[in-house]
Ligand binder design. Sequence first.
Ligand code: XIL
Length: 379
Amino acid sequence: MLRIAPLFLMFLTFFSCKTEKKEVENQTKEQTPISLKNAFADDFYVGAAINSSHINKTDTLGLNLVTKEYNTITPENIMKWMYLHPAKDTFFFDEADAYVNLGLENDMHIVGHTLVWHSQIADWMNTIKDSTEMATIIKHHVKTIVSRYKGKIDSWDVVNEALNEDGSFRTSLLYNVMGDSYLEIAFTEAAKADPEASLVYNDYNLWKPEKREGVVRLVKKLQAKGVKIDGIGMQGHYSIPGPTLKDIEDSIEAFAALGVKVMFTELDITALPNPWELDGAAVEQDYSTYEGDITMNPYADGMNDSINKALSVRYKDLFSLFLKHKEAISRVTFWGVTDRETWLNDWPINGRTNYPLLFDRAYQPKDAYHEIIALKQNN
Ligand code: XIL
């Protein structure tokens, strides 16, 4: 009896150690609250575009979601040229400073959006017709902003939407004065002002083969000149039927092959019909004639179950693709926090009721949220 006692004790000790380990594991699992940022912590950053009501803390429920669910933020509007640099010698930094402080307080990966974009640019820029003057202005703009947030803003959308759908350069007010040299100038100046920041080219419809090739040409050209570019932002304004996962995947692979990171920077999935699907018209067209047309706003009184289901499946499929390519993808950011304030309620047609995000108008997680979380919990 005395002989077997030590053996029995060893067995007991071994068994209780194992039980303790299991308990600790379970406790850690239980203590880590369920959230998007925790679910994908080993894969990529997950974030949202935020607006003034989050930054000035008036939308407290929205802000709670931001800090609980996400580990990266993007400013939806407040850092665009027209707000930050409204007159030639005037910069307005109050809101941008508050935005950055919010990110720092919450230990977030902070994105700057966007340094150079033809849209939401200040009116005074339309008067600049000389290429040397334009170059000086772009340098000053980029240098002033990037150096102010050096070491704080982690990633910059340096240039936004420089390409047409066929991959050629968009004839914007910047291109018309400077040709494509403005891209090189913007990236070079940003790299000088904060060598550590990740520098990104951001655009929509990058799943389109011709536009994808345009980005590949653009990045190769910058790289050949020794200009620093670290990532490509695929905006990701999608719908339920399109684009195909294959087209998106082809772009992820093509961009990763350039040696840069891929980011999904403005993800949302419209639940409503888009006018161009009906009449094939150009995206830039004015769709105000559709305002108030109930056929274009079919879920004004509430979401239809089958669309809600289709939205969840679509989000699940997209996140499965992102996980498959997690080595290439560094960040997935939703364009907004809840369906109540998504820009898709007013674009491309004003005054609709859209359902493109993971949280509903009452700040509650939708089925799509649970589907995405389940992808990780079941793996
Ligand atoms: C949108 C904002 O969400 C709207 O509030 C604003 O009225 C227009 O701009 N591509 C971009 C974003 O890079 O900056 C745009 O944001 C959406 C399309």
